[in-house]
Design a protein around this ligand. Sequence first.
Ligand code: DAH
Length: 364
Amino acid sequence: MQSDDLRSLTDTALPAIAAANAASLEELRVCLLGKNGRVTMLLKSLGGMDPEARKAAGALINLAKTQITDAISARRAVLDEQALAQRLAAERIDVTQPPRPDSTGVVHPLSRTQEELASIFATMGFAIAEGPDIESDWNNFSALNIPSHHPARAMMDTFYLEAPKNAPPPVLRTHTSPVQIRTMLEWAKTEGLGASPAPIRIIVPGRTFRADHDATHSPMFHQCEGLVIGEGITLGHLKGCLIDFLRGYFGIPELPVRLRSSYFPFTEPSMEVDIGWNRKTGELGGGADWLEIGGSGMVHPNVLANCGIDPRRFQGFAFGVGLERITMLKHGIADLRLFFESDVRWLRHYGASPLTQASLHEGI
Ligand code: DAH
């Protein structure tokens, strides 16, 4: 065993290790340090030497072994680091990229309107209430002070469903007003029994149905009902609430709002809700013309009584607006049927980004 042999071993092994890739490094390790590796064989050969020579050769071989082992670990550390850096570069997430590609969907303008109403009325303490599309005759008509012979029934082109025996047929609800009844009945049984009950304050956005179809009517359309019941509720509250809602929704701080005397069976007094606009230019808020956008009134004592609420103690107001109507006015949409045609170009144009929140703070 010559020290020259050892030197030539390290002289070739160390540069090879320094230049190795992950696979060749493992091959080198096996060739040098493995069971039959060069260094291992050299160590084995020590057994046949006499003690003097073994001592000297042993020290040299072990030195070479340490050098080779260290060089392999150092090279492995470098290769590991390179591999990690490569992976990090390849799997890097660019957080400055837009979160969704342009081809994602948009929020339907009617859904957006519902979100906006929810947001506006939330600031006034209103919750959202819902009811089913199929209603009983009683909830949709009778409880709302529209008895069966009443002409108001004929005014609404109702879709009737098959009648159970000896009972009036259920209907596709013609308005969101039956949810007033559902809410008041529930309240009268629970909260209304207390000494100082929390008032009802709800809005009811939802689908409604009438047998009607033209540029401004669809057999399926949407309304939003509002209902407030409590002690000492006045027409002043109704007016203030409607003014705040309409000015917030249309984003016009001085929007003129007019309550015009009218008739609904379930309110007394009843009022149409008008907003100011310019008929010639179509501009909202300006001009001397008025545009009707909904109905309203003080809840009729008969309706309260029908729900088990004492009209001498509790009063309330209600209103109803057409969601297509206010959305068309806000965005200048001429034909109501477009809402339901599913024309993707139209939806993209009038739809809202799913990533923006409807809030008074961000601008409705
Ligand atoms: N339900 C009425 C309709 O569909 C709208 C309406 C008018 C609702 C007056 C109300 C109200 O709550 O007070 O034509």
